[in-house]
Design a protein around this ligand. Sequence first.
Ligand code: PGA
Length: 254
Amino acid sequence: MQNPLIIANWKMKLLPSQSLDLARKLKKASSKYAGAEVVVCPSFTEIAQVGEIIKDTNIKLGAQDCFWEEQGAFTGEVSPKSLLDYGVEYILVGHSERRQNLSETGDMIHKKVRLLFTLDITPVLCIGETFEERQDGLKDVVLTRQLHNALNGLWLNKGDKLVIAYEPVWVIGSGQDVDPEEIGHTHQIINQVLYDIFENSVVKDQIKVIYGGSVDPENVGAYISKASVQGALVGTASLDATQFSAIVVQAKKS
Ligand code: PGA
């Protein structure tokens, strides 16, 4: 298996001093991360300083969102080109908290992914069903629709990478474990849709599918080994350097 990709999503949970403190702790722990690909996504306000702290380590810098244009009259928005200047290599797109709280649409998400490919930033496209959709038997339909909306008509050039983060919305922040068998099945569905959209070699070599939703040091091993997921998007447990490092270490072993 390739090196697992473990992405920390700090959301809007830390004050500046806390973000910098956490970044310094991760820097200290970073020798343990060899053999994994580790990305941290701080708030925009701390991107530059966290980037400075982790500069000479094996930890990569990510962002939690961006706008779909490079420049212009878009008050309050953040250009991915500016983020690139600060060393950002990965950007989360379409996180369920943005789809729900900010009514982010499939069209907006599509435009963001498209722009990121042109800038050589790796989009981390977040998809997932709500509890109601799952209860109504609509999970596969919802995931298929989200993937097609975001990716139809796009192509990956040589060297472009794409990450799909499957996050069941009802599991995020809940502390719940999900049966790895179910996650494995869902990842197969996601892969089938990706094969419908892209050429086989692109799916195999340029796209990673990872899992998110209450990932912790105890459950990450099962997700990676039993459900063949290629990494994890970690929220709550990424706010504690010890827990986050334990997740990376477990993921490498699995
Ligand atoms: P969680 O968050 O690990 O707290 O469930 C994951 C996410 O929202 O990306």
